[in-house]
Structure formats: C-alpha cells, structure tokens
Design a protein around this ligand. Structure first.
Ligand code: IMP
Length: 194
C-alpha cells in the first residue's frame, strides 16, 4: 500500500530564491514548507537526476514531513550543454557576463532544466521540468536569482529577472518539475477512514 504524502514539507536548499518560488507554488496546494537550510552536502554528479538521488539519500526529514530536494541548471547546446550541472559553480566564478562572453558568435539557444525529488516513508519520486529560451546580450532586470538576468524565455522580450516573480514562477523549469510531483502525488489513493 502506498503511504499518503504528508502536507508538511522540508525543502532542502541553501538558495533563498528557490525557497520563495517553491513556497509560492506549494502553499496554494495546501502544503506548509520548512526551510531546511544548509543541511546537505552538494554532491558532484554528471546529471541533475543523480544529484537529486544523492541528496534524497542524505535527507533526514522530521516525523510527519515529506523531504523535497531540487537541482537545476542552465544548459547551452552551443557549449555542449555547459554549464548544466556546474551552473552554480560557473555562476559564482564567471558570472552572468562571463557566460555571455563564452557564447559570443555562437547560437544563443539555452534551456533551464530542473529535477525535483521527494521522499516520504520508503517512497521516492523524481520529476523533471524544463523551459526553452535564449541568452540575452547582457544582464537585465533585478528580480529572481542566478542566471535569470540573461535568460529570455521563448517568445518573450523580457528576461526572467524582468518578469514579475509570479510570472517567472509560473513559466519556470522548477514549477514544471514540481507540478509533475504534485500530479504524481494526486494519483495517490486517499487515506482510509478509520
Ligand atoms: P543548484 O540547483 O542549487 O545546484 O543551482 C544551480 C545554479 O543554476 C544556480 O546557482 C543558478 O545559478 C542556476 N539556476 C538554477 N535555477 C535557476 C533559475 O530558476 N533562475 C536562474 N538561475 C538558476
């Protein structure tokens, strides 16, 4: 029998921007979120799925909580998918302008991808989400975090950092991954009445 997913969620991330986005997504669905900050080592692996699986193996949610982890990155096909799983490191070292310089003279297509994973009882669920777009010529906008100022979602003139936060959240790779988790949880059987 499948256990029913707890409505209390411990989100393991050190990124305040991610926490705000995920809380805004999950609260209307009746979930309460605890920020489990700095409780995980960031594993090094070559795919987002492997990073998420490794994180799920480390988490120690409290009794009655569901653990949520997520890993994301910006993938640029003209750079062989770089920075991908190395996005946090590249953002810290080269920054948004450094990435723009790397892509000069090449096709500017880019994709944000995220994998979200939850664990409760012995159950684990992983779902992926992505959003296609391109790299702007330079950083624009004050919203969001990370590479938001240089990412133009397909068909949009504003970067993610120029969009109102609710709109970025609605269109983001992270929302899509988490919506996949919510759909899978929605397929769980309702709790048996005593
Ligand atoms: P991680 O998922 O915490 O390993 O972070 C990956 C890195 O990718 C972040 O530090 C950001 O630089 C970038 N990134 C991931 N998601 C987003 C996003 O939604 N907007 C902007 N940058 C992001």
């Amino acid at each position: 029998m499948n256990p029913v997913a707890p409505r209390r969620v411990a989100f393991y991330t050190s990124n305040a921007g991610k926490f705000e986005e995920v809380r805004a997504l999950l609260r209307p669905q009746g979930f309460s979120l605890r920020w489990a900050r700095g409780e995980l080592l960031e594993p090094q692996a070559e795919t987002l799925e492997r990073v998420v699986e490794a994180k799920l193996g480390q988490v120690r949610p409290r009794v009655g909580e569901m653990a949520l982890v997520e890993d994301a990155g910006l993938f640029v096909p003209a750079l062989g998918g770089f920075p991908g799983v190395y996005s946090a490191y590249v953002h810290r070292t080269l920054g948004t302008e450094g990435l723009i310089r790397l892509v000069a003279g090449r096709p500017r297509r880019a994709e944000f991808r995220a994998v979200a994973g939850v664990r409760f009882g012995s159950r684990r669920l992983l779902r992926a989400g992505s959003v296609e777009g391109s790299l702007a010529r330079g950083p624009r906008g004050d919203g969001g975090f990370g590479f938001d100022p240089i990412f133009l979602p397909l068909g949009e003139r504003r970067t993610f950092a120029e969009l109102p936060l609710e709109e970025k959240i609605r269109r983001s790779h992270r929302s899509r991954a988490i919506e996949g988790i919510l759909r899978a949880l929605g397929a769980e059987p309702p709790p048996k009445k005593a």
